[in-house]
Design a protein around this ligand. Structure first.
Ligand code: AMP
Ligand code: MG
Length: 405
């Protein structure tokens, strides 16, 4: 039996970063940028006004007051998209709109609130304005040659805006891993079938496909295999044509658990079987050439938790993400917790902020068969191996289940 961190290290040591592809800008949302993105130009490309007002020479308005305004002749207008192509001399002003380019000769912008327009084409400036005031300088946002987004980062809506501002209509991102999903179990039926006695719906495949999507992979749902060694061997062999194969059920020590044996016979090299965790102890991991193979325990909570802890980081690594470890937050545990073993526990919990501090409670029953406990959870509480019990008010680490950019 390996520990949780040994298991994750083994998985990640076999997960290779995939190739890259260019995609249209909007399709890049949530994908991982391949290679540092270097700006090809200054942003903004020219000095421009951040206010509506008047572009003037600061030396002309140094002693302006309400009582004795500095009167300047309005010689033109500069607004976003309309360039004023003449210089501003001493005693002159250009009417400015936000985003308009600063005309030559002017070195400051007086906001319209600090001016009073006369009827004779002049403007009275009522306050002094120092050089550079209300001017967005060329390159102050981004300089040409600057790395604007590091490779290995997920592309956010903000990054899409930045890429658009720099004229990129296509972006190079890492490919998504194809993840084959197979369920095993004589009791499983498809969603539309009528349940007979002893049968249950194959729900885990759907939860897994959703988790694969969210993690950044492409799920392929391959259906259900029975607990028959021959059929399992053939079925798993046929499912190895992907970057990842996830099989649920049949990896424990029951009389009908034949998945390990079937994978072995299909040529999969078993890297570990059984991890010191709860739920999810029977987890199996192996490789077939470059394909990662996960045998997840069939209990729905075990399936969900082991995916979250071991498959998701592998998908993230294949996706090219630099940091594959989920963000951990510190929270106050609002209940006692007794743990009668030395496993690492992942407790399905609900975390929320109360008076500026994160507090967490479990979702109730932690039976690994409880589908509801995972559906209600927004986090996993991590209880380390060496901890045997926790008092109400203890600090614990939680990992959010929803993915973040
Ligand atoms: P196993 O790991 O095959 O022993 O399965 C453990 C438990 O999980 C059993 O109660 C199964 O009926 C249930 N189970 C297995 N696979 C699925 C699935 N795809 N969807 C829902 N429940 C499942
Ligand atoms: Mg089974």
């Amino acid at each position: 039996m390996v520990s949780a961190s040994e298991a994750l290290d083994i998985v990640l040591s076999h997960a290779r970063v995939l190739g890259t592809e260019k995609v249209p800008l909007l399709d890049a949302l949530g994908r991982v940028l391949a290679g540092d993105l270097v700006s090809r130009e200054d942003l903004p490309s020219h000095d421009n006004s951040s206010m509506d007002g008047f572009a003037v020479r600061s030396s002309d308005v140094g002693s302006a007051t309400e009582v004795e305004p500095a009167f300047l002749k309005i010689v033109g207008e500069s607004s976003a998209g309309h360039v004023l192509d003449r210089p501003i001399g001493s005693g002159q002003a250009a009417r400015m709109m936000t985003g308009g380019l600063i005309p030559k000769g002017a070195d400051t912008v007086v906001p319209v609130e600090h001016t009073r327009e006369e009827d004779d084409g002049r403007v009275g400036v009522l306050k002094p304005a120092g050089p550079g005031q209300h001017i967005r300088k060329r390159g102050e946002d981004i300089k040409e040659g600057e790395v604007v987004i590091r490779g290995g980062k997920r592309i956010t809506p903000g990054a899409i805006g930045l890429l658009a501002a720099m004229g990129y209509s296509r972006v190079r991102v890492y490919e998504k891993p194809i993840v084959n999903i197979l369920a095993t179990g004589d009791e499983l039926v498809r969603l539309k079938e009528k349940l007979r006695k002893g049968q249950i719906r194959n729900s885990s495949t759907y939860a897994l496909a959703a988790q694969v999507n969210e993690a950044g992979g492409v799920p392929r749902m391959l259906g259900i295999l029975p607990d028959k060694p021959g059929k399992l061997r053939k079925g798993t062999k046929n499912a190895l044509n992907a970057d990842v194969l996830v099989i649920t059920g049949g990896v424990s020590v029951g009389k009908r658990d034949h998945v390990k044996e079937a994978l072995d016979e299909a040529g999969v090299e078993i890297r570990f079987w059984r991890v010191n965790i709860k739920p999810g102890m029977p987890l199996l991991f192996g490789t077939f050439k470059d394909t990662l193979v996960f045998g997840l325990p069939g209990n729905p909570a075990s399936t969900g938790v082991t995916f979250q802890q071991f498959v998701r980081p592998a998908i993230h690594r294949m996706n090219g993400l630099l940091d594959v470890h989920p963000m951990r937050l510190s929270a106050v545990l609002d209940q006692d917790f007794v743990k009668g073993d030395t496993k690492r526990h992942f407790v399905r919990g609900v975390v929320r902020q109360i008076d500026g501090t994160l507090h967490v409670v479990s979702t109730g029953t932690q039976s690994s068969g409880a589908i509801s406990s995972l559906a209600r959870a927004n986090c996993l509480v991590i209880i380390p191996e060496e901890v045997t019990s926790l008092k109400n008010g203890s600090m614990v680490d939680v990992e959010l289940i929803q993915s973040f950019f």
